[in-house]
Design a protein around this ligand. Structure first.
Ligand code: HEM
Ligand code: HEM
Length: 122
């Protein structure tokens, strides 16, 4: 699972950097929060989680690890898609997706923290 997370995070890296590049080229910084969180919650957070799961197989094998994996990977695209569409269209309908996605991601992070405290051991 650690390796899978690292591969997924590399895709987020390309998306995040690509969006940053686009923003710089067209001088439109309205999508900066999307860019920042794709890079930080997608690339950096998932790479670190992937390395932790690789180093501590007990954490990767646990139910907490699996729930973290799925909730983070389901919640983040919903949160980022909602934020991008809300920023572009200003339609409040899309704000619902930001809230749902962010809540799912936050639950995933909570499970990750519990997992680290229970299953990351010497
Ligand atoms: C080729 C790669 C990248 C490009 C071209 C790029 C480009 C940009 C641009 C144009 C902005 C907006 C700056 C502004 O509003 O003045 C920005 C903001 C930001 N970028 Fe990137 N970026 C890249 C990679 C990354 C990576 C890898 C991360 C994090 C791991 C990152 C994190 C951020 C953050 C947090 C902000 C918001 C900064 C703030 O609040 O002032 N960027 N980036
Ligand atoms: C569920 C998790 C998260 C939520 C709901 C969240 C929410 C937010 C919100 C509402 C803002 C203000 C955006 C704006 O000014 O338009 C923000 C900005 C920011 N957050 Fe987060 N955040 C989360 C996770 C993180 C993480 C894990 C990091 C770093 C590793 C991070 C780094 C930042 C940075 C650098 C900014 C400023 C970016 C900018 O200038 O647009 N956030 N976040």
């Amino acid at each position: 699972m650690g390796i899978r997370l690292i591969k997924i995070s590399a895709v987020y890296f390309l998306l995040g950097a690509g969006l940053g590049y686009y923003m710089a080229v067209v001088h439109d910084y309205s999508l900066t929060p999307v860019h920042a969180h794709i890079n930080l919650l997608g690339w950096t957070a998932l790479t670190l989680a992937g390395i932790i799961y690789h180093l501590f197989p007990a954490a990767a094998a646990s139910k907490l690890g699996k729930w973290h994996f799925w909730l983070h990977n389901i919640g983040l695209p919903i949160m980022m898609g909602g934020l991008a569409l809300f920023t572009i269209t200003e339609n409040p309908f899309f704000a619902v997706f930001i809230s749902i996605g962010a809540t799912v991601v936050l639950i995933a992070i909570l499970l990750f923290v519990i997992n680290v405290f229970t299953n990351v051991k010497e």
